[in-house]
Write a protein that binds this ligand. Structure first.
Ligand SMILES: NC(=O)c1ccc[n+]([C@@H]2O[C@H](COP(=O)([O-])OP(=O)(O)OC[C@H]3O[C@@H](n4cnc5c(N)ncnc54)[C@H](O)[C@@H]3O)[C@@H](O)[C@H]2O)c1
Ligand SMILES: [Zn+2]
Ligand SMILES: [Zn+2]
Length: 381
């Protein structure tokens, strides 16, 4: 079969690889129908995630048709069209029992923090991902979810990560009616977080980025007040001023460790690798939120530390909430939101690319060319 192959930072290509096989009675083999490239894949592509091994296939957001199931999988059969959560979760361990499906204790041999994730380096279990024609899905009796007949497959593929992650970012913010919510990052995740903030009763939603075309999209889609951080003398002072001198009630970091906006953090984190990438968006979130406020982090950071103003977290009495999204926990209510028309995920898709053109797709998404918000790969498309 053909699959994406990681060759080192900024180098991916399509390769002929062996067909995946059932390795455990709870496995399934899925023929991929759609597969996205995520901002999280860019951290791998940019060489910011430790133990990303040459030869791996990325891709943690995919839908597909079940080809074959292992002996213990009774909930699926060949021919089912499923969406597959990006977390690999057993559904039965101490953490899965609490609905912490992003922190499964069984699916990642290095399970001190994150659980298994498809196509996300050996720090997340070393599983091959879905930017391929076929993929092996472990714990297939738990994760994969039937795509309802009425659902557009383009909406379905965004329910594997972007929608639950944006929703959970807003949920972790503990938004109260009327709250001012600032979202850092107008990528697919930040846009969805801003959109979902309204579902929790926000009174004002602000999105910050430096890509005009994404801010323009966020302005109408979320909808949100939008600001280009390059045009603000001091972003934190501006956020204080525009919130009556107090700061925002909730700040959401939907940027992660690849943040632009600080020469110092770029030098320390991205060039010298003395910290896990650049944490300037998190820094701004901590300093822009009011005393007693909540900072919700879904942007991805590495295992090593980051320079963030910890003293301000303590002295302002902040609540920090963070996690990988727990996709399976959120799916039932998110499917309802899509059905009711509260969420229109597929509007984020700007590019549909045949799997064969995967190198171009990575380049376009990484360099933010051609108005790209979310690229979707279609095998044999
Ligand atoms: N926690 C989870 O479960 C989960 C799931 C999916 C993605 N993520 C993470 O969420 C983050 C966003 O993902 P995405 O797919 O939207 O990525 P993306 O790369 O498309 O978007 C990131 C956006 O942040 C903007 N940005 C850069 N520096 C900024 C700054 N200092 N302030 C404000 N905006 C800034 C970029 O211009 C870009 O538009 C990534 O870190 C990704 O790894 C986490
Ligand atoms: Zn993703
Ligand atoms: Zn588990």
């Amino acid at each position: 079969m053909r699959a994406m192959d990681y060759r080192g930072p900024y180098r991916v290509r399509l390769e002929e690889k062996p067909m995946p096989k059932i390795e455990h009675p709870r496995d399934a083999i899925v023929r991929v129908t759609r597969s996205c490239i995520c901002g999280s894949d860019l951290h791998l592509y940019h060489g910011l995630v430790p133990d990303t091994r040459v030869g791996m296939t990325f891709g943690h957001e995919f839908t597909g048709i079940v080809e074959e199931v292992g002996a213990e999988v009774e909930s699926l059969k060949a021919g089912d069209h499923v969406l597959v959560p990006f977390n690999i979760a057993c559904g039965q361990c101490h953490f899965c029992k609490q609905g912490l499906f992003g922190n499964c204790h069984e699916s990642n041999p290095q399970a001190t923090a994150v659980g298994g994730i498809f196509g996300y380096s050996h720090t997340a279990g070393g599983y091959d991902g879905g930017q391929a024609e076929y993929v092996r899905v472990p714990y297939a009796d738990f994760g994969p979810t039937l795509i309802p007949d009425w659902m557009d497959p383009d909406d379905a593929v965004l329910l594997t990560d972007v929608v639950p992650t944006g929703y959970q970012a807003a949920e972790m913010g503990g938004i109260k009616p009327g709250d001012t919510v600032v979202v850092f990052g107008a990528g697919p995740v930040g846009i969805m977080a801003a959109r979902c903030a309204w579902l929790f009763g926000a009174g004002r939603v602000i999105v910050v980025d430096h890509l005009e075309y994404r801010l323009e999209f966020a302005r109408t889609y979320c909808p949100a007040e939008v600001y280009d951080f390059r045009e603000l003398d001091d972003l934190v002072v501006f956020m204080k001023k525009t919130t009556g001198g107090l700061g925002a009630d909730v700040c959401i970091d939907a940027v992660g460790n690849d943040a632009a906006g600080s020469a110092l953090q770029t030098l320390f984190g991205k060039k010298l690798k003395l910290e896990a990438g650049s944490a300037i968006a998190l820094h701004w979130a901590i300093n822009s939120v009011k005393k007693g406020g909540v900072v919700s982090i879904v942007g991805v950071y590495g295992p090593t530390g980051n320079m963030v103003p910890m003293g301000n977290v303590v002295n302002k009495g902040l609540t920090i909430r963070a996690n990988q999204a727990s996709v399976k926990r959120l799916l039932p209510r998110l499917i309802d939101h899509v059905k009711a028309g509260h969420l229109n995920p597929k509007a984020l898709i700007t590019h549909k690319v045949p799997l064969e053109e995967i190198s171009d797709a990575y380049h376009i998404f990484s360099a933010k060319l051609d108005g790209c918000i979310k690229p979707v790969l279609v095998p044999n498309g």
